[in-house]
Design a protein around this ligand. Sequence first.
Ligand SMILES: [Zn+2]
Ligand SMILES: [Zn+2]
Length: 278
Amino acid sequence: MSALEWYAHKAYGDGIYWIQERFYESGNRANIWFVRGSHQDLVIDTGLGLRSLPEYLHSAGLLENESSGGRSKPLLAVATHVHFDHSGGLHQFDQVAVHRDEVDAIARGDNFETVTWLSDSEIVRSPTPGWRASNFRVQAVQPTHILQEGDVLSLGDRQLTVMHMPGHSRGSICLLDRDKKILFSGDTVYDGSMIDWLPYSNIGDYVGTCERLIELVDRGLVEKVLPGHFSTFGAERLYRLASNYISNSGVCHRMSTCAIRSFASLVLHATNSRGTTS
Ligand SMILES: [Zn+2]
Ligand SMILES: [Zn+2]
């Protein structure tokens, strides 16, 4: 199957495009956001990487040439965090940006920290003949850009500020477009329950992150959230999701989280060791 068939996109407006992997039918299917700038384009998250995303961007006509002489613009792929559903395609790009706390994990291709979890039934059409989910691994890639809190990604006419928002994972980031009041939130917050029981999740950090999200709303800095999964939503919903997390992060929640976390670690370890012996 060609890259052009594998993905689909929709214009969100204002130079932003929403891309999805058409044949990955799973709650883990992540949103891929393409953001066009005057001097640089950005891909926020990259999906599983089962077909070439750069090739798709090119053949679907999303990569416009710069007006001056038709030179192609730089294209930077940034991961909101390195979980497999967001980072699987990073290795396909020349320019790759990741938060510094997750650089080692992606540079090693650490399929425990990337929480690689894929079954044959979720991939409803084979990307290549004989493809099997059990062989899927996030491929190692050395990031060219190491991000930290406060960094600004300049696309020319558009600036995105990096906010380090640990909790879901240790190197999770959100990207804030202050002019347009748009927050690219990754898995830190989407319209569903927040996941804080994975390897390198941290409930205390997550509470602090949610406090920052609430502050963004209070200060009127966010109007639209473009999340890592499911649909986009507005400031009011963002406020509710963040404040619900804080009020539910009491002792009971912590205890059930502990149980789930141990179970998840066992499963992931088992998956990982199976992978290394095959
Ligand atoms: Zn995640
Ligand atoms: Zn995700």
